[in-house]
Design a protein around this ligand. Sequence first.
Ligand code: ZN
Length: 171
Amino acid sequence: MTEAPFDYWTQDGRFGVRIDRRAVESIVADCARSGRRETGGIIVGRYTDDRRLALVLSASSPPPDSRAGGFWLLRGVRGLQSWLDGLWKKDGTHYLGEWHFHPFASPTPSCQDVRQMKRIATTESYQCEEPILLIVGGDPRGAWHIHIEVHTRKGERHQLTRRPDPKDPLG
Ligand SMILES: [Zn+2]
């Protein structure tokens, strides 16, 4: 028997996110290493042809110039552009959004998290009109939870929950 995939959908089936198991493992390992401080990075992948489903295929570790405390994070940038350039050349995957960790707390986005996503959705240089926010909460060595939402350029927030595609007749 295979384990359930990390598939997240909005209730209306408009936005889906599938996270590769190795990307989840890499994120949770970075959270565990971070102890009681926040940590984070970016997520990379591609969309399916109909653009409904984003496939998250890799997650960066925290860039070395990141700064963090128990309740705050300034995600750094060092090394990210060359990592992204390499992935784009290798398999055509690109920036999809952000991930970070709320140590031993709920993965609910803060006001600042929401502001940051709005800025990314409307900042041309990110080239990402519908950025994904992935937050891990809880204990990375025990019970952890993933929260996922998609932000749009119009300023909408769409929350996703772990479930099969609601538009799939077999789901
Ligand atoms: Zn946060």
